[in-house]
Design a protein around this ligand. Structure first.
Ligand SMILES: [Zn+2]
Length: 132
């Protein structure tokens, strides 16, 4: 019995382990999760803060909307920082095959929260990935 499985390897800092997932009729995908150490968490959170504040600066010249965009992004930065600095595990991006039409949809990486909901980019089927 041979099942032609190929091992994907992901190289990055911290430990990356596959969190096999399934449960959408017959769909099955392998999603990698990464455990971040303290420095990794701070780095990731600081990046989110930086992006929010950059967006605040970029929205300065947007007439009228800058009244909410600028303070909005300025406040969102520290909120994102506080959320992300606590996330010890993150899910890395993956391609998920749709059980309905077979086309692949990109799963964006981010905070780990199961089940993961996504929508097929081809047939718009709702996919729910639960941890196996
Ligand atoms: Zn589909």
């Amino acid at each position: 019995m041979e099942s032609g499985e190929s091992e994907e390897s992901t190289e990055s800092a911290g430990s990356v382990e596959p969190a096999g997932l399934a449960e959408s009729t017959e769909g099955r995908a392998v999603v990698y999760r990464q455990t971040l150490d303290r420095n990794g968490r701070i780095k990731r959170a600081a990046k989110a803060l930086g992006i929010c504040w950059l967006l605040a600066v970029v929205s300065l010249p947007v007439l009228f909307f800058h009244f909410f965009l600028v303070p909005g992004f300025l406040l969102l930065g520290p909120v994102m920082f506080a959320i992300q600095v606590r996330e010890e595990n993150i899910v890395l991006g993956a391609m998920v095959a749709c059980p309905a039409c077979g086309s692949e949809t990109r799963l964006k990486g981010g905070g780990e929260e199961w089940p993961i909901q996504l929508r097929c980019s081809d047939c718009s089927a709702d996919l729910e990935l639960s941890r196996a």
